[in-house]
Design a protein around this ligand. Structure first.
Ligand SMILES: *Cc1c(COP(=O)(O)O)cnc(C)c1O
Length: 252
């Protein structure tokens, strides 16, 4: 999915591989990361939480594999990938110097390869996928469920009206624990546009956490991208996923 910002630059929420960035300067990226971390700490305090409550994930899809060492040098700790191949290529280069999550649409046949490579899958969007993860997992596996908060037909994720039933069904899968919800907001140039969806998802997660206490923890909220991470953190995000905005600032 691509959309033009008012300044003519392109927002790209799926894979726009032509836009893959090279030439990342670790020192510049470190400065940009520090700024974002400060903003996240302030937003966490604003929401009555500890300053370290929001984890910064760098969305890796715009970053060429050969740039991965620059991420490590800049102090990045957590990267989210949308594709198995990118994950494999980057891990082949830097080993376990970075922790990886999976944030893109995941095909069932790739679950076996992806699982041992990542800390957390953010994007469980079907019962078939949940089943495959439970089947392939060694021991208990914690995942996030992707919510299509705006009920956009073109987007993946479970629509809010089906979320309760989805979690009930997923609860039949013995080794699967729902660790929280993930949401990909609608493209916008005004961060405030996302606030209502974020707060709705947070409230939904809280009520589900009460219902499923002892079975699912539902404590993580993965929400907010470059366009709205501060608003997301104010509304209770525990993980924000920044790609383009961050990488552009870190370029030479
Ligand atoms: C690309 C991507 C992001 C980051 O979006 P930016 O607009 O580049 O900050 C976050 N989450 C997912 C699932 C993505 O694919």
């Amino acid at each position: 999915m691509r959309a033009e910002r008012s300044d003519g630059s392109v927002m790209c929420h799926d894979l726009c591989m032509a836009d893959v960035q090279t030439g990342i300067d670790p020192d510049r990226l470190r400065i940009a990361l520090d700024e974002v971390r400060d903003e996240l700490a302030a937003a966490a305090r604003w929401s009555g939480r500890a300053p370290g409550a929001v984890e910064l994930l760098v969305a890796g899809k715009y970053i060429a594999p050969e740039e991965t060492p620059a991420l490590v040098a800049a102090g990045v700790q957590l990267v989210g990938e949308n594709r198995l191949q990118q994950l494999q290529e980057k891990q082949a280069i830097i080993g376990d110097a970075l922790v990886f999550d999976f944030i893109g649409h995941l095909q069932r046949r790739k679950v076996r390869e992806v699982l041992p490579r990542v800390r957390l899958i953010h994007s469980v969007d079907s019962l078939d996928l949940a089943r495959e993860i439970a089947h392939r997992a060694e021991g208990t596996t914690r995942v996030l469920v992707e919510v299509n908060a705006d009920e956009e037909p073109s987007k993946s994720g479970i629509v809010p009206s089906q979320l309760r039933q989805f979690i009930a069904d997923a609860s039949q899968l013995e080794h699967l624990v729902i660790g929280g919800l993930m949401v990909m907001p609608a493209l916008t140039s005004n961060p405030e546009d996302s606030r209502e969806a974020f707060s709705r998802v947070r409230d939904f997660a809280r009520s589900l956490a009460v219902e499923w206490q002892g079975r699912h923890d539902l404590s993580d909220l993965s929400m907010g991208t470059s366009q709205d991470y501060v608003v997301a953190a104010q509304e209770g995000a525990t993980i924000v996923r920044l790609g383009r905005g961050l990488i552009e600032q870190g370029r030479v």
